[in-house]
Design a protein around this ligand. Structure first.
Ligand code: V4E
Length: 198
């Protein structure tokens, strides 16, 4: 399945409006440790390697699906063998050791408290991040790439119906915001690599 999502920075009243009548699916707290090489080889390619709940995960864009850097669709690999294959590294031994020997180092540790909701088939994640950033994600899962654009349009319509302002430029995700606040050289390297102002 492919996750199509749009992030919004929202006010409390907007979140309340969106989640009114939604099914509350629960709250969870998790910590992610993000890894990259010192020259940002992965994140420059919008590829995100993280350790979540003791497991490595790799999140990367689906080719051709990110129109104007606004619409985002990412794939995720959540097993060590898959992560190794995608990164082109040998899959023998503990992954943490292989990554360290190849120069992958942690660059951000982020704890998120996430409240999950479901409404009219949309998944809504309201994330509160430990360094003081609140983010809303509206998500739809689709089985194939040819359904990504339509899903994205449905997300925008859903937000509009609930009077959630559609941001003109892409809302910074929590890792991007973390880098803006804590690691300007990494942040600027991404702006240069992607050719956008973040
Ligand atoms: C995809 C991405 C990053 C990796 C973290 O992804 P994100 O969706 O922010 O995290 P989370 O915890 O909500 O993941 P889930 O639990 O839903 O799998 S860091 C940056 N990006 C992409 C990105 C981008 N290219 N540009 C901007 C402005 N923001 C984010």
């Amino acid at each position: 399945m492919i996750e199509v999502e749009k992030k919004f920075a929202v006010q409390k009243d907007e979140l309340a409006r969106l989640t009114h009548g939604a099914r509350f699916l629960g709250e969870k707290k998790f910590t992610d440790v993000y890894y990259d090489t010192v020259d940002y080889a992965l994140t420059k390619k919008d590829t995100w390697l993280r350790l979540r709940a003791g497991k490595f995960e790799l999140k990367f864009p689906i080719a051709g699906a990110n129109e104007g850097r606004d619409m985002t669709a990412y794939d995720e690999i959540e097993d060590d063998a898959g992560v190794c294959a995608k990164l082109g590294i040998p899959s023998s031994g503990p992954l943490e050791k292989s990554l360290a020997s190849l120069g992958y180092v942690p660059f951000a540790t982020i704890t998120t408290t996430r409240s999950k909701y479901e409404k009219e088939g949309f998944h809504i994640d309201a994330d509160e991040v430990d360094f003081g950033y609140t983010l809303l994600e509206i998500e739809l899962m689709v089985p194939s790439e040819d359904q990504i654009k339509a899903a994205y349009r449905r997300i925008l319509d859903f937000a509009t119906v609930h009077r959630i302002p559609i941001p003109e430029k892409r809302t910074r995700g929590k890792v991007i915001e973390y880098l803006r606040m804590n690691n300007p050289s990494h942040f600027h390297a991404l702006e240069i690599a992607w050719g956008v102002e973040l």
